[in-house]
Design a protein around this ligand. Structure first.
Ligand code: TXA
Ligand code: MG
Length: 333
């Protein structure tokens, strides 16, 4: 849907970004999931600067973004299942965790012996990484381009409003590649252990992974490697937010209104008429892809409404909604 809103790749901007990255600078990189905060994975000081810009603890590992499946072996011990998944879903919104090779610095992995690898499909990200990679198959660390614990950016405006460009902001360059096609972070699968497991749900679903691998891919247990996306309260708006069953929404809204609270509500349009007066109403898309692509923009809008409370109608709990349900659960934790 948002695909055709992607502006054509500007080779001059890409070249500029490559120079910034080589000099150890920070670049906001559009990807098909969310905007990433890119730095040269080989430069410890550049990678450390991303932690500082985000205010993120140094022991939370970063994803290395690579140009293609042939780069896996430069960073990690590849496996047949990693090859299978990479050939099937790269470039695209899937991140694969493997045992790292010595080339991959501990500054990337937060001291862990595994590394997360991803090859994004967004034309700007792809052009940037391909131009940057070179004969030594360099990679770009890129966490989501937001302050730690806040909502991920799904367009360049979100990045400008949060981390911003120097001198007033923290980034050396923001590439504007239009709104992100998927709008929620990549699926993360851990292949560093005896059996594959899901570390984070995304657009590549469990069913897709299981179909490709031909075996179950359960959720990771509590002993899984550290991942900030697994913190209970993540992706959170500043305004207190509640997830409410659709049938209880009108009642809850009336209750809070009666307490004098101003409300910002996201729900299907059909529920709107039953609500009391609210400060901001955001119509929730019915289709899961549209919902995912719109989710962070919606959370930004709801948060900016100046309401006392955000109410979100809980969408479907069908398997294809797992990634959306997961992010909503954390946004309202
Ligand atoms: O869609 C995405 O994956 C975006 C775009 C920019 O590519 N990136 C992204 O990065 O979401 P970040 O850092 O915001 O989230 C990556 C998550 C973090 O929770 C991190 O802790 C976890 O992945 N992670 C990174 N390396 C890991 C590893 N070796 N083992 C387990 N978890 C890891
Ligand atoms: Mg993040």
């Amino acid at each position: 849907m948002t695909k055709n809103l992607t502006p054509p790749v500007d080779p001059v901007e890409i070249e500029r970004a490559v120079r910034v990255l080589e000099a150890g600078g920070l670049v906001a990189m559009p990807t098909e999931t969310v905007y990433g905060l890119a730095a040269d994975a080989d430069q410890e000081s550049a990678v450390n600067a991303t932690y500082d810009a985000k205010g993120r603890p140094r022991n939370h590992p970063l994803i290395v973004h690579v140009a293609g499946p042939e780069d896996i072996a430069w960073w990690a011990e590849s496996t047949p299942e990693a090859e299978l998944l990479a050939r099937r879903y790269w470039p695209g919104p899937l991140t694969i965790v493997l045992t790292k090779k010595p080339r991959c610095g501990l500054w990337v992995t937060g001291g862990q012996d595994t590394v997360a690898l991803r090859c994004p499909s967004h034309p700007w990200a792809h052009a940037l990484i391909s131009a940057f990679s070179g004969p030594t198959h360099r990679g770009l660390t890129a966490p989501s381009c937001n302050s730690f614990g806040r909502i991920s950016p799904s367009c360049a405006r979100h990045v400008r409003e949060d981390l911003g460009e120097k001198p007033s902001g923290k980034l050396d360059l923001i590439l504007d590649g239009g709104p992100c096609e998927f709008g929620i972070e990549s699926t993360m699968v851990n292949l560093s252990g005896a059996r594959p497991e899901i570390l984070r749900h995304g657009v590549v679903t469990r069913a897709m992974l299981e179909e490709t691998l031909g075996r179950p891919v359960p959720d990771a247990g509590a002993d899984a490697p550290r991942a900030s996306g697994r913190l209970k309260s993540h992706y959170a708006p500043r305004t207190k937010a509640e997830l409410v069953a659709p049938e209880a929404l009108a009642e809850r809204a009336r209750e809070l209104s009666a307490e004098g609270l101003a409300l910002a509500v996201m729900a299907p349009e059909v529920l709107r008429a039953a609500l009391p007066a609210v400060k901001r109403f955001v119509a929730a898309p019915e289709d899961v892809s549209a919902y995912g692509a719109f989710l962070y923009e919606a959370l930004h809008e709801l948060d900016a409404a100046g309401a006392d409370r955000i109410l979100i109608a809980r969408p479907s709990d069908a398997p294809e909604w797992a990634a959306v349900d997961d992010r909503l659960g954390r946004a309202t934790a």
